[in-house]
Ligand binder design. Structure first.
Ligand code: PLP
Length: 405
């Protein structure tokens, strides 16, 4: 192998991926080489405001100094033990995550999908051991248009045909009801129901915010009927909506909370199932695990993330700028925007299809120095890092307005 004669351009690198990289994504044609805070820079040195923030994995921006420092410090001490042994970082991570979320016990995993899988296993075990559901009969009620990840069990209860088709046979034991419909949920819950699993705000579906009272209704219904409420806050959690958790907007506490994405500070994959003690207590040694889950590097970065959230500053900033975002988008309704939904620094914006698809608008914004990603059809999602300034946000909204003309 000879070294390339010259540095490869963005176009070279995009072409180079084609024959060697699985085609399971269709990225925007931008090749990012470095980043800091809310900004990324491509191979040619062009700068872009990152309004996607790694699907909310980068809530604290790129390379937040406190998170990078925590990672560096831990890299010099210890990176992996496996759970065969204890490591000196895990107790503090679990203590502080439990305190932050108001729950009792933590099951550390790595990716979001693993947290969801773990939550499903936990709920089933609880159903058999505590609720007394007959063996192999437990069901979990989920919402249509959900996104909980990509494993075979999780796509088994997806309603997105692109995510499912060709991947069967599927895992049984799931009942799908419309989102934001308490009557449908009530009708679906029975003696075999282990849990109701929902996103408090549906992210991939286009930032679908349920009606006021829905989350409180799910809480009341699950408590009354004796099943668990599992909140998947992998995308909605950790400051994004202006609160630590999206369920806080209705002062609701789930039995089981799923976290991921931003928990790893944009550095390492860190996810967790956080639950009440009576629920998590059904797991015993050997029944579940992960080689990398709870590794000291992940625990150190995760603890530093929790420390940032403990101040409340990011949540406050997201709530304050959330008003700027909402007001700015309200101005655009009728000017290329058909409608939008937002909470905190998170919005799903439906673009008039006459102007372009979500993809076309995303490419137009990319050429104007703003990175976003379409979700479905003509909907784009805005989810900037919570480090974005008011001026940057106002400027981005101005760019969006021009792109829609
Ligand atoms: C991203 C996401 C997941 C899956 O997380 P991965 O880390 O990609 O496996 C699960 N649930 C929700 C709500 C998500 O947004």
């Amino acid at each position: 192998m000879t070294a390339p004669a010259r540095a490869r351009t963005s176009d070279d690198l995009i072409r180079a991926e084609e024959p060697v990289l699985a085609h399971n994504y269709h990225p925007l044609p931008v090749v990012v080489a470095r980043a800091e805070g809310s900004w990324v820079e491509d191979v040619e040195g062009r700068r872009y405001l990152d309004m996607l923030a790694g699907y909310s994995a980068l809530n604290f921006g790129h390379r937040h100094p406190a998170l990078i420092e925590a990672a560096h410090r831990q890299l010099d001490l210890l990176t992996l033990t496996s759970r065969a042994f204890h490591n000196d970082r895990l107790a503090e991570f679990a203590e502080r995550l439990a305190a932050l979320t108001g729950l009792d016990m933590v099951l550390p995993m790595n990716t979001g999908a693993e947290a969801v899988e773990s939550g499903i296993k936990l709920a089933r075990k609880w159903a058999y051991d505590v609720k007394g559901v007959p063996a192999d009969r437990a069901t979990i009620v989920v919402a249509a248009d959900n996104f909980h990840g990509r494993t075979t069990t999780i796509v088994s209860f997806s309603t997105d045909e692109t995510a499912r088709a060709g991947f069967g046979p599927f895992t049984p034991g799931f009942t799908i009801v419309p989102y934001n419909d308490l009557a449908a949920l009530e009708a679906a819950v029975d003696d075999t129901t282990a849990a109701v699993l929902i996103e408090p705000i549906q992210g991939e579906a286009g930032v679908i915010v349920p009606d006021d009272g829905y989350l409180a209704g799910v809480r009341e219904l699950t408590r009354r009927t004796g099943c668990l409420f599992i909140a998947d806050e992998i995308q909605s959690g950790l400051g994004r909506t202006g609160r630590t958790l999206a369920v806080e907007h209705e002062a609701v506490e789930p039995d089981v909370l799923l976290l991921g994405k931003a928990l790893g500070g944009g550095i390492v994959p860190v996810s967790a199932v956080v639950a009440r003690r009576e629920v998590m207590g059904v797991l015993h040694p050997g029944e579940h695990g992960s080689t990398f889950g709870g590794n000291p590097l992940a625990a150190a970065v995760g603890t530093a993330v929790i420390e940032l959230l403990e101040t409340g500053d990011f949540q406050r900033h997201a709530a304050e700028l959330g008003v700027v975002l909402r007001d700015g988008l309200t101005e655009l309704v009728g000017k290329g925007v058909l409608g939008f939904r937002s909470r905190g620094l998170w919005a799903g914006v439906d673009i008039d299809p006459a102007i372009g698809t979500g993809r076309e608008i995303s490419e137009r914004l990319m050429h104007e120095g703003i990175l976003v990603k379409d979700t479905h059809g003509s909907t784009i999602r805005l989810a900037p890092p919570l480090t974005i300034t008011g001026d940057e946000l106002v400027s981005a909204l101005g760019t969006l307005e021009r792109a829609l003309r």
